[in-house]
Write a protein that binds this ligand. Structure first.
Ligand code: SF4
Ligand code: SF4
Length: 421
């Protein structure tokens, strides 16, 4: 006999899960937008299949272990969300389901160790820098690592760039038009510190004062998206406190990483039923991707004398699909004189990076990485820009593997270059 799902039984996120499940009408319009369905061709590796599996586990009609491989193969890319005519909140379902089962599931020891190392390292820039440096330098260290972590090390550059310190306040140049707080993030500060430097310089050049709370850390999104809810909440709480200590009002909390932006917009769900819920919702309402903020504000003073540039834009999934941000970065890039913007002809499929997916599902990630690199090369652009550090690393690696000399940049790096800041 089939049991009915009981939302109350599944805690604070029960309603989000049942709401998403009940709104799916099984039409299948989402299948073509799903990278794992595209690559594997299996119904259970599609959004519709995964909704069916999660529903049956939650109703007690299916063992969690039977569904798990299909759920684990989901990138969380949200390609299915804009494709769904019924407005199924697949992201709320997936994040909540992963948070629910993570504490209950049994993993092989090696997977547990790998996951623990990732969780204890990636969100903390000092630890990540130390671990990456030790791993790159020490052959003995490398040999002792699990395969997945060696894969991660192989994706890192031969030497890490020097950290670029950013002061607590960066003044607006010229007439002050706005005041914002800035999330500096975690992994990106180690792998590409120039992106944050370009962000504050670009804001300043546009008359924006930037405040950088010094006690901030990882926003928790990287852990929230893999079901590590308690740790994600602890990191998020630290940032709620750090940003609440800013003197005076800010117009927005700016992020330049798509994954962080989408995760922070979900703070209301992360803190459901918690005393911090209202504060978390107010924080989330202020979060804006840098491209959205600058597009709304309007660029000023961009120098007219620019070289001819042919630039491809790659939509990071957590910007385009999870937050619906597609026009603002294109508007900003198109404002650079003599720039030709090239579109990718791949239906916006995920590049395979997706947080820690590269480490947990390396074969599918590599296949998607190759497809993305080819789609970029097909545009004939000499530069490709994007708004997420995970995509940045994945695309750079796969372009290099295919021997392409296309430069990879963050959107703000190209804009800062055009401003000469
Ligand atoms: S498009 Fe939406 S309603 Fe249709 S199967 Fe996919 S998730 Fe369900
Ligand atoms: S989140 Fe991405 S991989 Fe997962 S079901 Fe949706 S489209 Fe497919």
């Amino acid at each position: 006999m089939q049991h009915k799902i009981d939302s109350k039984q599944h805690g604070p996120r029960g309603e989000a899960m049942t709401g998403a499940i009940e709104s799916c009408v099984h039409c299948g319009f989402c299948l073509a937008a799903c990278p794992t369905y595209t690559v594997l061709g299996e119904e259970m590796d599609s959004p519709r299949g995964r909704i069916y599996l999660m529903k049956n586990v939650l109703e007690g009609n299916l063992e969690q272990e039977e569904a798990q491989p299909f759920i684990d193969r989901c990138l969380g890319c949200m390609g299915c969300v804009p494709a769904c005519p019924s407005g199924v909140a697949y992201g709320d379902l997936l994040t909540s389901y992963r948070a629910k089962v993570e504490s209950e599931r049994q993993r092989p020891l090696i997977d547990t160790v790998t996951r623990r190392m990732i969780i204890e390292t990636l969100p903390y820039p000092a630890r990540f820098r130390a671990a990456a440096t030790a791993g790159k330098l020490g052959k003995l260290v490398q040999e002792a690592l699990p395969d997945q972590l060696r894969t991660m090390l192989n994706m890192l550059p031969a030497s890490l760039p020097k950290a670029i310190p950013i002061p607590p306040v960066v003044a607006a140049k010229g007439t002050k038009r706005a005041r914002v707080a800035f999330l500096t993030g975690c992994v990106q500060t180690v792998l590409a510190p120039d992106i944050n430097a370009a962000t504050v310089n670009l804001l300043s050049a546009n008359g924006v004062e930037v405040v950088i709370p010094q006690n901030q850390g990882c926003c928790g999104s990287i852990l929230s998206h893999i079901g590590e809810e308690d740790r994600a909440m602890a990191l998020a709480k630290n940032n709620l406190t750090a940003f609440a200590q800013i003197d005076g009002e800010v117009d927005a909390i700016i992020t330049n990483a798509a994954g962080c932006g989408s995760g922070m917009h979900e703070y209301g769900l992360l803190f459901a039923w918690q005393p911090e819920q209202k504060m978390a919702e107010a924080f989330a309402a202020k979060v804006k991707d840098i491209t959205v903020f600058l597009d709304e504000l309007g660029l000023v003073g961009i120098p007219e004398n620019q070289p001819e540039r042919k630039v491809a834009y790659h939509d990071a999934c957590h910007l385009a699909h999870a937050q619906g941000v597609t026009d603002p970065p294109r508007n900003l890039l198109s404002a650079i004189p003599n720039l030709t913007l090239c579109e990718l002809n791949d239906g916006g499929l995920c590049c395979g990076s997706a947080g820690t997916y590269n480490l947990e599902q390396p074969d599918i990630a590599a296949q998607l990485g190759r497809m993305k690199a080819q789609a970029i090369a097909d545009t004939g652009a000499e530069t490709v820009v994007m708004g997420n550090i995970g995509c940045f690393t994945q695309v750079e690696n796969h372009l290099a593997k295919m021997g392409a000399t296309i430069r990879v940049m963050h959107t703000v790096q190209l804009l800062a270059q055009a401003y000469g800041v």
